[in-house]
Ligand binder design. Sequence first.
Ligand code: ADP
Ligand code: MG
Length: 348
Amino acid sequence: MSKRYPTADGVFYAVQDVSLDVQPGEFYSLLGSSGSGKTTTLRLIGGFERPDLGEVFIGGERVTAQPPYRRSVHTVFQNYALFPHMSVAENVAYPLKIARVPRSEFGPRLEAVLKLVQIPELGDRAPSQLSGGQQQRVALARALINRPKVLLLDEPLSALDAKIRDELRQELRQLQQQTNLTFIYVTHDQEEAMALSDRLAVMHRGRVEQIGTPAEIYNAPASAFVAQFIGQANFLSGEIMELTAEGAIALINDVPLKVTYPDQPPTVGETVTLMIRPERIQVGAATADNQLVGKTLGMTYIGQLTELQVETPVGQLKVVQLGQAGEARSLSWQAKDCIIVPSFNSKA
Ligand code: ADP
Ligand code: MG
């Protein structure tokens, strides 16, 4: 799908050539910083916007021209969007009323769904009498009561404070597994996306940079942008000296390093960007594929971790060690943890 808006000097693509294939029962996230096109993508799926190009299918049915209420989706927003003049029960039952479900069904379904989101006792309250976390539970109950095929969630936890957010995050995942609904979840919080998702799409400037499981995206980022957006990363620039059975040898400041590549092999003589995660570097000379001498420039203790800044012959590296580490005089890492990052499509 593509969605563009007119601007003073032409058009602006809020979403460009985005193609997603979300499986039934999947917890699928759209992850990206503010302005990357996540909400627009969700609105295209929900039917609040029409794509300029492309189609939307839900359960095999083409819904591109259908209004939101004709699609089997329900959206949960960051700001809850509850009706202030209605009680919790009236808010939650509202989709049943719109869908003309017989009144006799309201009671049992209300009871079940309020229990599901763990607020069985709050039906008679007004939204103004609830905390933020409780209001979002009401919004979730309202989203679930008419059993949509797909739940669209637009940063539903970002207005909540950290403790409640962590709590609700765990519950959301459980809820999704219990109901076996398809969740499409928008967030700018990479930890949240990594913790919750079966798969995620990393968005950047209206485009999808990479789609994969959290592990795939962390271990084999498809671009330098993804590598630095998800977790922490050291980048090195090197030249490919030779290809080996396991990977390649790259030269960085005249130091040969054993490296690997996710899919396409590089060519000899090519300049490549290499990435090493700080926690994949071991302090001390271990039996690893790559070993370097180092000089520790700085150390910070952050809770259970020590973060070191180490000067090495290939440049300065950030190293993260479990526990309280001492100064590093040498570093080592495996070839599989030093990967060539594809340079296509990366505007980071
Ligand atoms: P995100 O949810 O990732 O923060 P959005 O999808 O809301 O991003 O927006 C993507 C880009 O499209 C932003 O630059 C935003 O300003 C622009 N945009 C969104 N909606 C409109 C609109 N109705 N008119 C003009 N520009 C828009
Ligand atoms: Mg948004």
